[in-house]
Design a binder for this molecule. Structure first.
Ligand SMILES: Cc1ncc(COP(=O)(O)O)c(C=O)c1O
Ligand SMILES: [Zn+2]
Length: 418
């Protein structure tokens, strides 16, 4: 019987490998990708069939690399809203703007999507010890899904990540190991550990399967737009994996005939204090790893991005842009998104809005284009950083008198400021 999943393919030299924990081609070091048989998939999935399935990421099972459905480990990941942002449209003078609000995933970031797929694949392959190297969000997602699976779990993080992310990870009873150094040092240790202990480390030896999970953010977005594709998608980049997954998702949808044209411009954003992909794309040079990232956008502080060249190819081939907003542009975007649309994002989640403002100013996005921002992480993830953005709250006695005094004072201040 023909199978929906053919194997792991090297996009560089075309060799096909069986489904195991092999992240790169043994011949040419190319990053392996899942090869699907789209003719078989077309027979199994239809827009009509989708209507009867629960709204979480597993509704797109035919385009995900899991064959034994009993092995799925899910916290009901994905199924997040796509929100029309009328207030920001007015403010920015833009025709059509949406936020894909992935801040409300089970562990409050989009990483639940790939973590759920990665751990499910480990379960299917019989690998029962899992983990990852992470800037914090994948750590929390991996820990939560490992807890659900009942798997021992080892997580490597740079010791200086936000305390909220460490707490959110450790509470699941996993082994969280703070590495003295950057994310790249933690990742390097993870690569060695995967080799020696044969653990399934999601972003390392489980990478070809794990990155497939992030495709569902784009599947959902297109379905929520009634299978009309937007003109632009703007995406935060750390390793660049999410951006590449979105691109593969759009190709999948095009190949099975769910979207009619695939001419969406895919743009990527990194903070200016750690922007190796953006710098390389815009100066047409090699990717030079950043040894000491310097940004409050800690989720994106990846100096040596594993999917960097692939991300540049995607941005170039879709006519997108690469932008590196400053930390202050990013914190302004956190405030703007919260004040105008009621969405509370961490710096990595707000960076697409900072990038959009830059792209409108530079004329790279014109006001009659439609735009989707992937808002990928919740403000609670970076509580310490965001706390610095608000002023102290007033404290008053619990009396109407005190309230009257306070409001009068406020009106007086507002009047004076005008
Ligand atoms: C909230 C958030 N958004 C975006 C990204 C970027 O993901 P990638 O490393 O796949 O580029 C990360 C990475 O950790 C993240 O935590
Ligand atoms: Zn190869």
């Amino acid at each position: 019987m023909s199978k929906r999943i053919i194997g792991l393919e090297c996009p560089e030299c075309g060799i096909i490998y069986p489904q195991e924990l092999t992240p790169i081609c043994k011949e040419c070091w190319g990053p392996l990708k899942i090869k699907y048989d789209y003719e078989i998939i077309k027979d199994k999935i239809s827009k009509e069939k989708l209507k009867n399935r629960p709204f979480n990421q597993w509704r797109y099972i035919e385009l995900l690399p899991i064959e034994d459905l009993t092995k799925i480990i899910s916290l009901n990941d994905g199924g997040t809203p796509l929100i029309r942002c009328k207030n920001l449209e007015t403010e920015l003078g833009l025709k059509e703007l949406y936020v894909k609000n992935d801040t409300i995933n089970p562990t409050l970031s989009f990483k639940d999507r790939p973590a759920s797929v990665g751990i499910s694949k480990c379960n299917e392959l019989g690998i029962n010890t899992v983990g990852c190297a992470s800037t914090g969000n994948l750590a929390a997602s991996t820990a939560a899904h490992a807890a659900k699976a009942g798997f021992p779990c080892y997580i490597f993080v740079p010791a200086n990540i936000e305390y909220s992310k460490i707490t959110q990870t450790a509470i699941h009873g996993v082994n969280i190991i703070g590495v003295n150094g950057t994310y790249d040092a933690a990742n390097q240790l993870g690569i060695l550990a995967a080799e020696v202990f044969k653990w399934g480390l999601l972003n390392i030896n489980v990478r070809p399967y794990y990155t497939e999970g992030s495709k569902t953010i784009a599947f959902e977005t297109c379905e929520q737009l009634n299978w009309e594709s937007p003109d632009n998608i703007i995406i935060p980049m750390g390793s660049g994996a999410l951006l590449c997954s979105v691109n593969r998702a759009l190709i999948d949808l095009y190949k099975i005939g769910f979207i009619e044209k695939n001419n969406i411009k895919i743009s990527g954003a990194q903070p200016s204090g750690c922007s190796p992909i953006v710098t390389s794309k815009n100066t047409k040079s090699d990717i030079f790893p950043i040894e000491n990232p310097d940004t409050l956008t800690k989720s994106l502080a990846i100096g040596n991005p594993a999917s960097g060249y692939e991300a540049i190819n995607v941005i170039n081939s879709t006519n997108g842009c690469a932008i590196a907003p400053s930390d202050s542009e990013i914190t302004d975007a956190i405030k703007l998104l919260a004040k105008r649309e009621g969405i509370y994002a961490e710096p990595a989640g707000a960076i697409p809005l900072a990038a959009l403002i830059n792209l409108i100013q530079s004329g790279d996005i014109s006001k009659d284009e439609s735009v989707v921002l992937l808002v990928t992480g919740n403000g609670f993830k970076a509580h310490q950083t965001v706390t610095n953005l608000i002023s102290e709250i007033p404290i008053i006695e619990p009396t109407l008198d005190a309230l009257e005094k306070y409001t009068n004072k406020k009106e007086a201040i507002a009047f004076a400021k005008n």
